[in-house]
Design a protein around this ligand. Structure first.
Ligand SMILES: Cc1ncc(COP(=O)(O)O)c(C=O)c1O
Length: 220
């Protein structure tokens, strides 16, 4: 839905509108993986594509995760939203979902869900959560801009400008597996060999070092 993992590329509103057209024309069943709500441009803004599809298709599956935006990865908390075209189909969908749940985990862990309900139902806690989420989002988006800025002295800001345009925790840097190996071996900077970097791992303190290391491996 937003903050695409692993690429960092998000769809614009116009592109979501086009996705809807394709889904409708081909009668597709969309499954929307919504794992980073609030990490992109805002809780509401990030839901654009999800809402657009939910309101305009007969059937959809939405998987919403609380792992990141509530910081409770280990509690396995999230939400499955199923949309069906009428009450009768919904009864079928519900019974299938119940069978799947029964076969998979039978009963979900309760603690994480209870934490999220407490936060969302209490105005003060909800407000605190929203402002902490905003802080996290702004930090990541700020680091994205600072990363490109830090590469400017090396003449690499244009090559990496897309990082500041993208959203979420991850981006493909475009670095080759060999360049990633050099970053690890010579500079102690770690990312997967596909070149995907966790932007949240940057910090104001380490950015100059990271930029210098990237410049060294990019320039040969
Ligand atoms: C796009 C995406 N969907 C889902 C998940 C997993 O969510 P959950 O922790 O709720 O299983 C992740 C990352 O862990 C993810 O990046």
């Amino acid at each position: 839905a937003c903050c695409h993992n692993p690429t960092g590329f998000d769809l614009s509103r116009e592109q979501w509108d086009q996705v809807l057209e394709v889904v409708q024309a081909r009668k597709l069943l969309p499954l929307i993986d919504f794992a980073y709500q609030g990490f992109g441009d805002g809780l509401e803004e990030d839901a654009y594509g999800v809402r657009l599809l939910a309101e305009n298709v007969d059937e959809a599956i939405i998987t919403s995760s609380c792992s990141k935006n509530f910081g409770i990865y280990c509690e396995r908390t999230g939400c499955l939203i199923l949309i069906a075209k009428d009450e009768e189909s919904m009864l079928d969908v519900r019974s299938q979902a119940a069978i799947t749940a029964r076969e998979n985990y039978s009963n979900p862990p309760a603690h994480g869900g209870a934490v999220v309900i407490d936060i969302l139902e209490d105005d003060t806690l909800r407000g605190e959560w929203q402002s902490e989420l905003t802080e996290m989002r702004e930090r990541i988006n700020g680091l994205r801009r600072d990363f490109v800025e830090a590469l400017k002295p090396y003449g690499l800001d244009e090559q990496f400008a897309f990082i500041a345009e993208q959203r979420g925790m991850f981006s493909y840097t475009g670095l080759s597996p060999e360049q990633v190996d050099r970053l690890r071996d010579e500079f102690g900077i770690y990312m997967v060999r596909s070149g995907r970097a966790n932007v949240a791992g940057f910090s104001t303190e380490n950015l100059p070092y990271v930029a210098k290391a990237i410049a060294t491996v990019v320039k040969g």
